[in-house]
Design a protein. Structure first.
Length: 279
């Protein structure tokens, strides 16, 4: 049967991809950010996952403001990387797992999550950059991958409570999959940042650190906040942190914190790496 061996959080800011492509990850501006991934890479090397489920938000490649599903699951054999306007270098395609994807889709719908199933799906920096940061550029990639897109762009967006429930349903779906597959779930995005308007550049370090602690140990704590509360504290793009709750909800309550790292500012963002062992 499938086994969720852990969960990892990661920022997915576009500039991460360019830093990797340009070989500048150890330059002063980037060094502390990328050093935070060292223990996560070591844990992955020991844990040896077969597949990652990447919880991220699409940035206009598949969905735009006129058509945005709340939750969308990739059900394709292959996921091609495409640049949505940041000038990012293309990377090798990602191999999916169609059989597992359809199992997840059926199970989630049975659990009353009416998700959108995508038999064709391009993936952008939100999906690609966390994988590059955690595994380095490889061809082929060492793991299969399934995208799970969450709408954090066009309001209304799902609540923190709804995302946590989706994670619990995802965990139940994986537990019922009969084939031996070692799965790591990546919760991407965040933390506090805002790209436009009068509050552009906002970073709330205190709120970010509290969110990291509570998502690891008491994720229900996040459900007290409305989306407006989160945006007020963390900025309009800081709402992406709700995607971490999908990852956390899929894990055991007593998942062990292996590593925690926070760095701000990096590309006008508060960035957190959290590694949770679920074995």
């Amino acid at each position: 049967m499938a086994k969720i061996i852990g969960g990892i959080t990661s920022s997915h800011i576009p500039a991460v991809g360019n830093a990797i492509s340009q070989g500048i990850t150890q330059e002063p501006y980037w060094k502390r950010f990328f050093d935070g991934y060292g223990p996560a890479k070591e844990w992955l090397a020991e844990a040896k996952p077969d597949l990652v489920i990447v919880v991220y938000n699409d940035h206009g490649l598949n969905f735009f403001l006129d058509k945005v599903p709340t939750f969308a699951l990739g059900c394709a054999d292959i996921y091609e990387n495409a640049d949505e306007g940041w000038g990012l270098k293309p990377v090798p395609s990602f191999t999916g797992d169609v059989k597992l994807s359809w199992h997840l889709a059926e199970s989630l719908i049975e659990q009353e999550f009416d998700i959108c199933m995508c038999q064709e799906m391009k993936v952008d920096h939100g999906f690609v950059n966390p994988i590059r940061a955690l595994f380095g550029d490889q061809e082929p990639w060492p793991v299969k991958a399934i995208p799970l897109a969450v709408n954090t762009v066009q309001h209304p967006v799902p609540s923190a409570a709804r995302c946590l429930k989706l994670g619990k349903a995802l965990g139940k779906a994986l537990e019922s999959y009969p084939e031996d597959t070692r799965v790591v779930i990546l919760g991407t995005g965040g933390m506090s940042h805002q790209l436009q308007g009068e509050r552009a550049g906002i970073i709330d370090v205190e709120f970010d650190l509290e969110c990291m602690d509570k998502i690891a140990t008491d994720p229900e704590w996040m459900t007290q906040f409305s989306n407006a509360d989160i945006i007020r504290r963390a900025g309009s793009e800081g709402i992406e942190t709700i995607m971490w709750l999908v990852m956390r909800g899929a894990l055991k309550d007593d998942a062990k914190v292996i590593h925690k790292h926070y760095h701000a500012p990096i590309s006008n963002t508060g960035a957190g790496v959290l590694v949770l062992d679920n074995q």
